[in-house]
Design a protein. Structure first.
Length: 126
């Protein structure tokens, strides 16, 4: 019984560290992008009369990643937000793998169902 409890504690500890690491990395990326944005737009005069939407190519990974490598501050910020969104998804994936290793079929099924709902909402949500 103590061995199973140790595994549960270790799994909880790893999941907690995974969430902390994900939030920390996402925060650093967003802060870096925010700093680049402020520096690059420091002397721009705001125009509040006309709405200017963000470029459409930044709404997809195929356009986002090249923009990040070209130093687009908005793309860096959006990448940080995507990292923040992916952190709980990574936690669910880790839980599914851990439950599979433990051969806990009920919690594995629940984790996979939750992962399916999360991915469906992410990919097909409004």
């Amino acid at each position: 019984m103590s061995l199973h409890r140790f595994d549960d504690r270790r799994m909880e500890s790893i999941m907690g560290r995974l969430l902390q690491f994900g939030v920390l990395v996402a925060s650093i990326v967003v802060a870096t992008g925010g700093a680049f944005f402020v520096v690059s737009h420091a002397h721009d005069a705001p125009n509040y009369r006309t709405f200017v939407s963000r470029p459409v190519d930044l709404r997809h990974l195929s356009g986002l990643l090249p923009a990040v490598f070209h130093g687009n501050a908005t793309a860096v910020i959006e990448t940080g937000v995507l990292l923040l969104i992916s952190t709980p998804i990574a936690r669910v994936v880790f839980a599914a793998v851990a439950f599979a290793k433990e051969r806990d079929h009920l919690y594995l099924a629940i984790s996979l169902l939750l992962l399916t709902v999360l991915m469906f909402g992410l990919l097909h949500g409004a």
